[in-house]
Design a protein around this ligand. Structure first.
Ligand code: ATP
Ligand code: MG
Length: 243
């Protein structure tokens, strides 16, 4: 049992969960390393949703709600950490959910499908095809899912898959704590926040966008501004860290 009054309580709970999911074959071992990189950046933003991340989450809601076909692409880490949060976002946005893995095996896809379904997600199923311009199995996606989407939300994505989705002409929304990653810099919109805070923020925004606000948010989207704001936040915290 992790003591509730531990100062790193949320982080320890997340670690326990992601380690358990790795033992169960939901999370790839490489996913543990990716999580650690994310944690380091979370420290630097103060483990809270910054103002610019809140704006990004609101803009993400606007993009999902105004899409012709929005799809949420879920990998092992996202399923392990945020299955229930994905279910709530699916209800609020009407987006399809597709499981898509960097380290892809049919067994892992099945395990993740089960975890998501058990948390109330309606998972899109079908026969994947090599539609994403990448070599090997990383090209696989569902023609009626990501293949058809105009807007894709891909939390914790790898840089070259993000770039390949952009090459396909899709608007890509990502959640990534590292503002320097290739994913963060390649996406149409980057939410620099921890996935279990970012997804509920998008869900809440879906329910509270005012008339005309979605159009305004999408029209004024400036991802470079959002990346700079996150870096400024980190720089500011580092400058005053020992005061
Ligand atoms: P890139 O390929 O985009 O240059 P990378 O190779 O450093 O990035 P990947 O392992 O491909 O990183 O993707 C994982 C990304 O997800 C990392 O940038 C990490 O910061 C981020 N990340 C990991 N865990 C979380 C989390 N819980 N919430 C938000 N972001 C996270
Ligand atoms: Mg990568």
């Amino acid at each position: 049992m992790i003591p509730k009054d531990h100062p790193r309580y949320r982080s320890l709970v997340a670690r326990e969960r992601i380690a358990r999911c790795a033992r169960e074959g939901v999370v790839a071992l490489e996913g543990l390393a990716a999580h650690g990189r994310g944690e380091a950046f979370d420290y630097l933003i103060g483990e809270k949703t910054t103002e610019s991340a809140a704006l990004a989450a609101r803009t993400a809601a606007a993009m999902l709600l105004s899409a012709r076909h929005a799809v949420i692409s879920v990998n092992g880490n996202t399923a392990a950490l945020a299955a229930a949060e994905i279910a709530a976002l699916q209800r609020a946005s009407g987006a399809d959910v597709e499981v898509n893995l960097f380290h892809r095996t049919e067994e892992r896809i099945e395990r993740i499908n089960r975890l998501l379904t058990g948390n109330g997600v309606r998972v899109l199923r079908g026969t994947p095809e090599r539609l994403v311009p990448l070599s090997h199995d990383r090209a696989l996606c569902l023609p009626e899912g990501i293949g058809d989407a105009d807007v894709v939300l891909v939390p914790l994505e790898d840089g070259d898959r993000c770039a390949a989705l952009r090459e396909m002409g899709k608007a890509v929304i990502t959640v990534d704590l590292n503002p320097l990653s290739r994913t963060a810099r390649t996406a149409t919109l980057t939410i620099i926040d921890e996935v279990t805070r970012a997804i509920p923020a998008i869900t809440a925004a879906c329910a509270s966008l005012a008339a005309g606000e979605a159009e305004r948010l999408v029209a004024s989207l400036d991802n470079t501004y959002l990346l700079r704001a996150a870096i400024d936040e980190m720089r500011e915290r580092l400058a005053h860290a020992l005061e």
